[in-house]
Design a binder for this molecule. Structure first.
Ligand code: NG1
Ligand code: MG
Length: 393
């Protein structure tokens, strides 16, 4: 069976009750922000290409109240964020705030530092149903929830969602030391129920894609729970190869390179490995835009084919799959009613995403349980709303 995703009201009640227990009064403000999964468009974001994520029903909730001091006290009351732990910092001089322990609070601090308006201190509790370390962007959910909470308590929403996403991304760069792309924060801010989001990572424009007739199909996330030791060095190597290839062609990024130019690259002495990396990125951009059109048209067979081609290219050209991820993908594909299956995220570990007929879900899960030696978790990825304020009842 797919995991039962705690619903928003449960996570919200946990936060409100914990706030009352901890601070002895009712919270006045409550917000949430979702995790995400990428449907297609992998290793394209840092090449100024296209990505196509959707927001998940898993959310991070923050409940709290301004305290008329310069001190912020935040309690993480969720096993999904970390074990119960407390962070406290002074905002008299926000530029003096530095990352430290507990680690989860760095995402909060980064947003407090980057928030563009004046702030008072606050007390708050964080709870979450976004699993940590699964590649479902628990970090972006915490950043965007924090930022949304600050907007709520100051009653000063940042008008431009792009600015909001970028300030949250900057929090991750500066306070968590993760040089992430912009996909995660964009979808957590802008997600819309029933929609996926096409994001152009070059000009940061977005298209909300209503998924026509999704009723008969579902996206199933399978967490391999496999460790991905190699991922950060391999990630950097691949990114560098892409940057180097663009440089050899005298282009700013691979976004400006066409498939025909692969030949030029070869003539200029690029290695076979580099050519394969470039081949993946250029074709993945084409697939991602094709997937947007297919989703809009309700042509799920086509979306599935594109997802399969994406995985095969990530495995063969980009070489970021793993035996575990290939087993999950191949097992899913062997079941009747599965339209497509691929790894999602950076690769080497983390999750796969499978598009399938709703009635085939339990068969896919059974099949994976028979063939996969690791311990997998399954989640139904219902396309959900982005960050928002909630009532405190
Ligand atoms: P995951 O593995 O989902 O964190 C990583 C990058 C993305 C993107 C994908 C590959 C971080 C935080 N995220 O995603 O920006 O490059 O790999 O498409 O590094
Ligand atoms: Mg992250």
């Amino acid at each position: 069976m797919a995991e039962n995703i705690a619903n928003l009201n449960e996570i919200k009640s946990q936060a409100l009750n914990a706030f009352l227990n901890e601070f002895g009064e009712e919270a006045t403000h409550c917000v949430c922000a979702p995790g995400r999964v990428n449907v297609i468009g992998e290793h394209t974001d840092y090449n100024e290409g296209f990505v196509l994520p959707m927001a998940l029903p898993m959310v991070t909730v923050i409940a709290g109240k301004p305290n008329a001091t310069k001190i912020c006290t935040i309690i993480s009351a969720s096993s999904a964020v970390t074990s119960v732990s407390k962070a406290q910092f002074d905002i008299s001089d926000r530029s003096a705030i530095k990352p430290g322990d507990p680690k989860w609070a760095n995402y909060v601090k980064g947003c407090v530092v980057n928030f563009p308006n004046s702030l008072t201190g606050f007390n708050a509790v964080v709870t979450s149903s976004v699993p940590v370390g699964a590649g479902l962007s628990s970090s972006a959910a915490l950043e965007v929830a924090t930022f949304t909470f600050l907007e709520a308590i100051t009653n000063q929403p940042v008008a431009d969602p792009v600015e909001k996403a970028i300030l949250c991304q900057k929090a991750e760069h500066d306070f968590a030391g993760v040089p992430c792309g912009i996909m995660d924060q964009f979808i957590s801010v802008m997600g819309k129920e029933g929609h996926a989001l096409l994001l152009d990572c070059r000009d940061k424009s977005v298209v909300q894609i209503f998924m026509e007739n999704l009723t008969n199909y579902v996206f199933l996330i399978t967490n391999s729970n496999a460790p991905h030791k190699l991922s950060s060095s391999a990630y950097r190597e691949r990114r560098d190869a892409c940057f180097e290839a663009a440089k050899i062609l005298g282009k700013k990024s691979l976004r400006d390179v066409s498939l025909e130019e692969i030949e030029t690259l070869e003539k200029r002495g690029a290695s076979k490995v580099m050519l394969n990396r470039v081949r993946h990125v250029l074709n993945e951009n084409l697939r991602t835009r094709a997937a947007m059109e297919a989703l809009q048209a309700g042509d799920y067979e086509r979306v599935g084919d594109l997802m399969n081609a994406s995985h095969d290219s990530l495995r063969d050209n980009y070489e970021v799959s793993s035996p575990e991820l290939d087993t999950l993908v191949n097992s899913a594909r062997s079941v009747e009613g599965v339209l497509g299956s691929r790894l999602t995220g950076a690769g080497f570990g983390g999750c796969t995403i499978t598009l399938l007929k709703e009635q085939s879900v339990s068969q896919v899960i059974d099949k994976i349980k028979q063939t996969y030696t690791g311990n997998a978790n399954f989640y139904i990825a219902k396309p959900s709303a982005g960050a928002r304020q909630l009532d405190c009842r």
